[in-house]
Structures are given as C-alpha cells and as structure tokens.
Design a protein. Structure first.
Length: 74
C-alpha cells in the first residue's frame, strides 16, 4: 500500500485500539477488531484495497494450527 498516514497518527490509532481492546476485554478482542475492520472497509469502499490490507496484515504472523476443539493437527 503506497498511501500512508503520518507516524504520529499511526501511533494515535494504535493507542486508541489498545485502549478499546482493554475496554472490551480479551474475550471480545477478535469480534471488536473484526467490527473495526468492517466499519473501515465500508468507509473505504474499495475491495481491492481491503484485500491487499488483509494480505499485508497476515504477513509475519505464525498461524495457529489447531482444531476447533483445541486439539493440535498433525
């Protein structure tokens, strides 16, 4: 993605997200972040940009491989 936000504003976004995650609690973190992504995606209204953002966000994250019951897959 070649568009960008000033570093100071990125820090502010990070801080706002961290505070909101603390507010909603760890059990609701995933649903909260999903809702934020959907709200921002709606505002952006550019599916290619959203697809690229999702791909970029998955980089450097090790996948957790487990079944829904929590059993490790082989």
């Amino acid at each position: 993605m070649n568009i960008g936000m000033k570093f100071e504003n990125l820090e502010k976004v990070y801080d706002l997200l961290a505070r909101a995650i603390d507010e909603v609690g760890p059990a609701n973190e995933a649903i909260f972040l999903s809702k934020v992504c959907l709200v921002l995606s709606h505002a952006i209204d550019d599916i290619e940009f959203v697809e690229e953002a999702i791909h970029t966000a998955t980089q450097d994250i090790s996948p957790k491989i487990s079944s829904p019951a929590g059993h490790q897959r082989k």
